[in-house]
Design a protein around this ligand. Sequence first.
Ligand code: ATP
Ligand code: MG
Length: 478
Amino acid sequence: MTAGQIVKKYIEFFEKHEHKRIANSPLVPQNDPTTLFTSSGMQPLVPYLLGETHPLGTRLVNVQNVFRAVDIEEIGDNTHTTFFRMMGNWSLGDYFKKEQLPWVFAFLTKDLKIDPHKLYVTVFEGNNDVPKDTESITIWKELFKKVGIDAKEDERIFAYPADKNWWSRSGPPDKMPAGEPGGPDSEIFYDFGAELKIHENSQYKNVKCHVNCSCGRYIEITNSVFMQYRKEEDGTLTPLPKPNVDFGGGLERLLLAVENQPDIFQTSLLGPVITAIEKQTDKSYQKNETAMRIVTDHILGSCFISAEGVQPSNREQGYILRRLIRRAFDNFSHLNGKDLSAVIEAVVDQYKETDPLLVEKFEHIKYTILEEVKKYSTALDKAKAYIIKKYPSVSSGLVGDELMGVKEITVDDAFYLYTSHGLSPTQIKSLGYTFDDKAFAEQMKAHKDLSRKGAGQKFKGGLADHQLWRHGPQLHQS
Ligand code: ATP
Ligand code: MG
């Protein structure tokens, strides 16, 4: 089953249940200066979840392209990509838990034919303000029973606190301001099984594995949010008269479950991109997993961001695009990659079934990425020339074009390379230089405070996203 077929089945399933399909919103939100990218399917629907009437009614479905800058640090593991497609369905004060949970379960186990024995679910455990979500537990027990599974709590159904199973725009119940809606959520996880020893071979091997463990054995494939309460002035939470459902399921994660493939970069969707990188680098994925995952992910994100007309720059979305391209290039070069355009071609080829826009914009995407690579290479050359001129003693250490060994430079010079040539601390180090990290971080903070003051409040969300790059893009050293 291809990614395109999963999308088709999903839309058809919910249309059969009287949902209206809404369009994929742009990746760069229009009229929303608080954030740089659309990061979930519900983001463009917030006004309707808060009570505005939607022109298409109370049952909606779509597939939304999303980019999560917050997940950049996760790239390199087996389950995260910064760009992915989120399949979503919504009830705007219409149906609730007893419809939503059976529908998701039927879609996964019947339409996608995922083995129910591989599925585990989580619910909200309750706290002082809100009771445990026993309603969802009862529904889950019945659903599993129908497929011959005795779903016991702490065996197949797990209750977690608010940090895992509660949604509101401002976080857990105690952080919600008066008037704010929120509620418990119920997630479905797919288990790749103990036999693959994913947990034992991970950095989490010393802690006990559980469904929400980050080792990669269990992956969250879907999340149904039940927007059911409202925070009152006196701090209590009261039930909303017309609660909403907000469902999100990652297409790429569902493909993992459908293919029983624990590596998001090895599915039928992204596997061919990795193969293209192996060909261009004459290296194996097995020995260069992290670097090849970063190249794949960042080129994928760059293709979709540049397709929307964003240009690499030092501001907002352009800044994120610049960092993605440069970090992809760093890792590709580190692997002695020959032609990055072959990777771009592979991405477009793999995504054209669901996103024909990439084919239409192919030349533009390629030009945008390769031009930035050219600019970056020039900046690297200039940075090298600047340093060699300033520290002539290093010249004698040159081997061919490369610097031999490591040379300490002043923090002012490192900062100059950062502000004038756009080189991150890691990139400067990868050129063969060291400097005082602590002093650099202090200078960076002062610089950021200054630019934040200049930007005022306008790009609040954007600046928060920028913080993600506070350490600069890390070159993966294998
Ligand atoms: P995780 O804890 O795995 O990072 P999340 O809690 O951030 O996921 P949600 O915000 O609940 O995820 O998003 C809804 C769905 O989107 C998830 O159930 C998952 O299928 C998918 N998803 C979330 N983040 C990613 C990602 N970085 N890459 C691929 N799919 C993702
Ligand atoms: Mg979640």
